[in-house]
Design a protein around this ligand. Structure first.
Ligand code: AMP
Ligand code: MG
Length: 332
């Protein structure tokens, strides 16, 4: 039976959350995943955080017929909200920086592989080639008009912001809480972790990186203080098996097949949540060599890579936060 296995989306596990002031905590199901919001503030702050997530979910869902993304995918002149345009800008920028490894027009392939449905099967190469004809942000999307190219749209081009939306939502919630005067918060939006400030007792945040072989266990920990976004992308998070072969949900927009880059997960650390989310998906597709080259020419993210054989590699900045594991440092 080809049945999808959505394994523990809580990729990053909060290992220690005690603080002197008890936070207000909310758990919600949004953007197709379980989310935890922990706010060192009052009830109203937590309520505001949850409504912000729900607002963005309604805007960015690819299936909700009232969403902006749905409008983009079905109309030639969609009316988009400001947030949608901002997120599209971030998605296109990540796509540009990663040579198209992240591509917001990948949806025809995601649908073809069945990751939007309950059951999946490996498509034929002809079907993959047909879908590939509509994939490519450069060709299919008009970034000035914020529309899918008219021809591409009628041929089946579709936008999917699923690889970056949770990180954007986390960033927006942190910004909102900060504007309400909240100094400390911890968010886990289905594995997209984002912290605001430091814990009131001065203790470091301690966030686990899931073991790709056994995702309910942490294979390493990141210890840090202050505000940071940490996002993990991994083939183990969503996949199906056919004839003993595993096919996961992160697709290589160049081949149309699940990315085979020798990695089983990538965790990206950045100040901006959307950037961390978009890059984690992209670096997984790129593999360690290309991802490391991108890191060397950038100054706005750090990364931890776990290879298919279980070895852990960390860029210098991430290495200084990594504990409880053996790893190799990637130097500039
Ligand atoms: P993430 O869990 O953030 O790595 O995002 C994975 C999701 O992003 C998938 O379930 C797809 O909906 C979408 N996706 C898959 N491959 C790509 C890609 N190469 N670029 C952008 N989005 C992708
Ligand atoms: Mg992502």
């Amino acid at each position: 039976m080809k049945k999808i296995l959505a394994v523990s989306l809580l990729v990053a596990i909060l290992l220690c959350g005690c603080a002197s002031n008890a936070p207000v905590e909310r758990e919600i199901f949004a953007m197709d995943t379980l989310m935890t919001v922990r706010v060192w503030g009052d009830e109203d702050d937590a309520v505001a955080a949850v409504s912000e997530i729900n607002r963005l979910d309604a805007l960015l869902s690819v299936t909700n017929e009232d969403s902006d993304v749905y409008a983009l995918n079905h109309h030639t002149e969609p009316r988009l909200r400001y947030d949608t345009c901002l997120l599209i800008d971030s998605a296109i920028e990540v796509s540009r920086r990663t040579g198209g490894a992240f591509d917001p027009t990948v949806y025809p392939l995601v649908e073809l592989w069945g990751f939007t449905k309950d059951t999946q099967e490996v498509p034929s190469q002809d079907e993959i080639d047909d879908a590939l004809a509509f994939v490519g942000a450069d060709r299919a999307f008009d970034r000035w008009e914020y529309t899918l190219d008219r021809n591409a749209l009628s041929n089946g081009a579709r936008l999917d912001l699923g690889g970056i939306a949770k990180g954007y939502a986390a960033q927006k919630v942190v910004d909102l809480l900060q504007s309400r005067g909240v100094e400390t918060a911890f968010l886990n939006l289905g594995g997209n972790v984002q912290t605001l400030g430091s814990k009131p007792d001065g203790e470091a945040w301690l966030v686990g990186i899931a073991d790709p072989e056994n995702p309910s266990q942490a294979v390493a920990c990141l210890r840090f203080t202050g505000s940071l976004a940490l996002v993990t992308s991994g083939g183990y998070q969503r996949y199906f098996e056919e004839n003993g072969v595993r096919y996961h949900h992160i697709l290589d927009p160049k081949t149309g097949w699940p990315a085979e880059s020798g990695l089983s997960s990538v965790t990206v650390l950045a100040q901006d949540g959307a950037l961390a989310d978009g890059l984690s998906t992209a670096l997984f597709v790129m593999g360690m060599e290309k991802a490391t080259a991108l890191w060397r020419e950038s100054d706005d993210f750090e990364a931890v890579f776990i290879t298919e054989d279980g070895a852990i590699f960390a860029t210098e900045g991430a290495a200084s936060l990594l504990t409880d594991c053996d790893f190799t440092v990637i130097e500039r």
